[in-house]
Design a protein. Structure first.
Length: 236
């Protein structure tokens, strides 16, 4: 069953007619490239560019609210050459400079799961994968959203040693514990095997934020070099 999401509708005035899309097999992820912007501000900007209106089908704000842009069955204006078979989702923020809030990530995942069930989606792509652009930014958690296709995950890890080290996940969480970004309960004398009680989803979020450079300043403040970052970027 498709769970109905709370999606906010705005009263957009369109500059011309919108065409129906005949095929839907991709989701393409974008950022607004600005720290703060309402969905209506994006719509007005696109109108000023001479478009029919907002080019994205959905807009996710930093507080987790999801707005409808173009009707989901119509052709978007968000990825040249891919508008005829894709749904465009834009996230408020400039993820060349910012890290996405957890509530925004959670809402984005809910939206993607909803769309995966509604349409025959075969790929989730970043804008930069289909066009010559930096969008959606180097700090955008692309892989976090791509992992949604694996399904809901309710696994929880009580201790550091419980986290599998595939792709270096445990090593990264240990590094974040050493930098006091993650706090344990003090039950282990070295601190690195304290009870942490993190869900698999939370672990992945922390890992991809780290890999995007979101913790670099804090690590350097603690005198820790983010040594795994370059290695992980090569493997990604």
């Amino acid at each position: 069953n498709i769970v109905k999401l709370e999606i906010i509708d705005e009263d957009f005035k369109w500059n011309g007619d919108l065409e129906d899309r005949e095929e839907t097999n991709k989701i393409i992820l974008h950022h607004a490239a600005t720290t703060e912007a309402s969905v209506m501000a994006v719509h007005n900007y696109h109108l000023a560019e001479g478009w029919a209106g907002i080019g994205y089908h959905f807009y996710v704000r930093k507080d987790g609210r999801i707005y409808r842009g173009r009707p989901v069955n119509t052709i978007g204006a968000h990825a040249l050459g891919f508008n005829n078979n894709s749904i465009g989702i834009c996230f408020e923020g400039n993820f060349e400079k910012e890290v996405m809030p957890e509530i925004q990530i959670a809402s984005g995942k809910e939206l993607i799961i909803y769309l995966l069930k509604k349409f025959k989606i075969t790929e989730i792509l970043a804008h930069e994968e289909v066009d010559s652009t930096a969008c959606p930014g180097s700090n955008f958690p692309v892989e976090e959203f791509k992992l949604v296709v694996e399904g809901d995950d309710v696994v929880r890890y009580r201790k550091l040693s419980d986290i599998p080290n595939k792709d270096g996940f445990r090593d990264i969480i240990e590094l974040l514990m050493n930098a006091k970004i993650i706090n344990g309960d003090g039950s282990d004398s070295t601190g690195n095997d304290d009870i942490i009680d993190l869900s698999h989803d939370q672990v992945r979020c922390l890992v991809f934020t780290y890999r995007g450079g979101g913790f670099d300043k804090r690590l350097m403040t603690e005198g820790i070099e983010p040594v795994l970052k370059s290695e992980n970027k090569k493997s990604g």
